[in-house]
Design a binder for this molecule. Structure first.
Ligand SMILES: [Zn+2]
Length: 254
């Protein structure tokens, strides 16, 4: 199942511009493919956890999710943001789109998970249809979604979970996939939940940091004041994000 892929390190972000984008009616099937860096692949369970969580979190009512594992790729950096922002991962997907046989891009989201650090932003990066994030070891350390959602400090219906390194990493994976599908940070919301403030995937930790200017979502929902409150995460996209995703129609042709 594991395929080894060797990537050149000379890609440029500009080359992404040569990908053909199509405009279609809202899609019926959403195709997401994920890859692991070689170091990310050394953590047992990462692939299973990504399958399990993304299947549950991205199987939305307006599409059928086609989720697949693309294999293991050799990259020159484990930095989950730079591997995309400096062009290496986009170049690899581009080369697959124009006929390279060892990488087959998915139509909608092509996401690379690396062994990059998750303590200092940026930890991931998302472009249209292409994204990456670090933290494979934290994803591998996650309990099953069922176990997580049945814990006393979780809310299974709203997919609200404790704010831990493991859960945060999964939320950031969902966040970067959201960017790949055209979502911005202002599609996210934060809200009061008991004594806590909950941040949805697109707002994520911007809900409690000063380096974000907005005070309401694109849909007009005011952000909750985080001062003095504990923090929780929702792994589910906000209603605002879901409305945008319902109209998602673009994809890569190759
Ligand atoms: Zn972001």
């Amino acid at each position: 199942m594991k395929r080894r892929v060797f990537l050149g390190a000379t890609g440029s972000l500009a080359s992404v511009g040569t990908l053909a984008y199509t405009t279609r009616e809202p899609i019926e099937t959403l195709e997401i493919r994920f890859w692991l860096s070689e170091r990310a692949a050394s953590y047992d369970g990462a692939v299973d956890r990504i399958f399990e969580y993304l299947d549950a979190l991205l199987s939305l009512e307006f599409w059928t999710l086609d989720l697949s594992f693309g294999g293991t790729v050799q990259v020159s950096t484990e930095d989950g943001a730079r591997v995309t922002s400096r062009g290496e991962w986009p170049a690899a997907i581009l080369s697959g789109a124009i006929g390279r046989r060892d990488i087959t891009p998915a139509a909608d989201v092509n996401v690379l998970v690396t062994d990059g650090q998750m303590t200092q932003a940026p930890t991931g990066y998302g472009l249209p249809h292409i994204a990456s994030v670090g933290g494979a070891r934290h994803i591998a350390a996650l309990e099953s979604l069922g176990e997580l959602l049945s814990s006393p400090d979780a809310d299974a219906d709203r997919k609200i979970v404790p704010n831990r390194r493991t859960t945060r990493t999964m939320q950031i994976l969902v966040h970067e996939i959201g960017h790949a599908l055209g979502l911005g940070h202002d599609h996210g919301v934060s809200f009061r939940y008991g004594d806590a403030i909950v941040a949805t995937p697109m707002l994520s930790s911007y809900a409690w940091t000063d380096d974000y200017d907005g005070d309401q979502s694109r849909c007009g929902t005011s952000y909750a004041d985080p001062a003095g409150r504990s923090r929780k995460l929702s792994l589910a996209f906000s209603a605002c994000a879901r409305r945008e995703l319902a109209d998602y129609s673009g994809g890569i042709t190759g």
